[in-house]
Design a protein. Sequence first.
Length: 162
Amino acid sequence: MRKPTPFLWFDDQAEDAANYYVSIFPNSKITDVNRYGEAGPRPAGMVMTVGFEVNGQDFIALNGGPQYTFDEAVSFMVNCETQAEVDTLWDRILADGGETIACGWIKDKFGLCWQVVPEELFDLLSADDREAAQRAMTAMLEMVKLDVNALRAAFDGKSVPA
């Protein structure tokens, strides 16, 4: 059995979205473009699906029509090794009309939600020192973009760096 492939429904922006996502993430590419034929249900020649790969993860984008849109119930989490990666990815996803949400969550210009997370967050939140873990959690809940230095400081019981 193959691994599941996220299938993203767009009105008519599948190709734009796929190009956007492969431009944001390293090691990404368009793998396939299929067009509607005479049988429809969209106009013949219109892009139907775009296969693309984001850093090794396969996706398919569909131009399915306006009846379905994204919401916060589904998001894609990206673990970043460094704060610089968090900052870069955050800025790229927000470019051209994205919006911030909270706690490392953002929405891109197509309405798809992402969680941009420093890998260290999970170590802090699951640490044996439950009081320290709760301080890190409290700090995270007050953030929009996650800041690993501020999370570490909260974990250590120190004031958050400016």
